[in-house]
Ligand binder design. Sequence first.
Ligand code: FNR
Length: 456
Amino acid sequence: MTYFSTMYRNEELYKSKNILAPMVRVGTLPMRILSLKYGADLVYTEELIDWKFLKSIRVENKTLQTVDYIDPTDGTIIFRTSGIEKEKVIVQLGTCDPNRALKVAKMIEKDVAGIDINMGCPKEFSLKGGMGAALLTQPEKAKNILKTLVDNISIPITCKIRVFQCIEETINLVNELVSSGISAIAIHGRTKVERPQHSNRNEVIKFISNKINIPVIANGGSREIETYDDILKFRELCGASSVMIARAAEANCSIFCKEGKKPLDDVISDYLKLCIEYDNSPSNTKYCVQNMLKELQETPRGKKFLECQTLEQICAIWNLGEYCRQKQIEFQSKGMIGRREVCPDMFSPVRKKLRTDDVTEHKCAFIRVNYMSDPELPKSKLIAHCNKLKTKPPKYETICKDKLFRSIVTFDGKRYSSNYWEKNKRFAEQGAALACIYSLGLVEKKELVENGSILE
Ligand code: FNR
């Protein structure tokens, strides 16, 4: 009796749902929360490799109200989740080993709604490691992984596969996997070697949907999905229980809105607010916004965006720079658990205490493409100025925090800095030099506004 009621409840989770597909780098916390806000019913994480999880430590981040799985060797956040998505987030695992998969599942089962095993990834990294699509041709091993999890884990287990050229072979595989007791199966209607430009085999998904009695999640339809109604049409064409969407959501995740898609700028603003609130890394944020902007990266604003290196710089373009700054100050004042607390030695070589009380700060960013030759660089200009005045050369001090750098330059007894954090020490020094030459009047504000170094 208990068995049947559990099975029923598990399957329910995947019935009639619109789902954000697993997408490497895209499916991080801000994108998942935004998709839910816009109407997605379930959200998958990007594929997370089992051994990476296994070396991570679980930290409750009281400031952000998140649970973080952190790599203690370099402080990288492997998986960040929030209570808001707890009932709706499915972690997708990349694995080829039932024991490792089980260990990870035990670690995370109280934090998430379900666990999915990736059996569709055609990338060399996965195939070489016996993961992803490599499992399609090893049905016994694939089933063993699923069954180990189904038998020992309290939350639903699913898998995501690709189809074979031969429908018979596909249904044989599906039957084998379903016999493990999984709660649903996601089917991407392309073979391992097919690419997005190939048509999706909706009829194969339909055939399977009619043959098996657990929910089928249809995937692969983004090329034909422009509106919310197209999601419904795709579900219908595949006779599936649910639909999983990747590329259409990567481009604009308001595709999940029943009332219709929102303007891209609104979506980017909503997304950036979440990136600020969940302290998302600048590189991940930039990657996701780039995938939304696509050809708009060629516009003047797009080009300015491409030069951004810090979260604050990115946010400033959508008028959220000040919000970003305030939040970052708030997080710091609450003593947010960051990488330093997790691995205190990590920053010791470069972590000096810098006095900042007497520093003249300017909000100007060093943007490399603005300088065509070395003599034009801020540091070169400052040196040239020193030579002219016959004064001591400038001295730079740099601090590093969370993989970002900030420098203070001392020139003629005064100290200057840009208050943007940069991605490396060289850029941070150039930023400080820029703040200095701007302060000294060696460069005009108008010029800096025009080349995007100062955002108005
Ligand atoms: C993917 N896909 C994917 N699939 C998966 O099982 N795990 C993953 O981590 C990823 N990562 C990923 C990243 C990006 C940027 C894209 C575009 C796709 C494949 C994806 O989930 C889906 O199966 C295909 O994109 C087909 O669905 P759509 O795009 O037609 O909705």
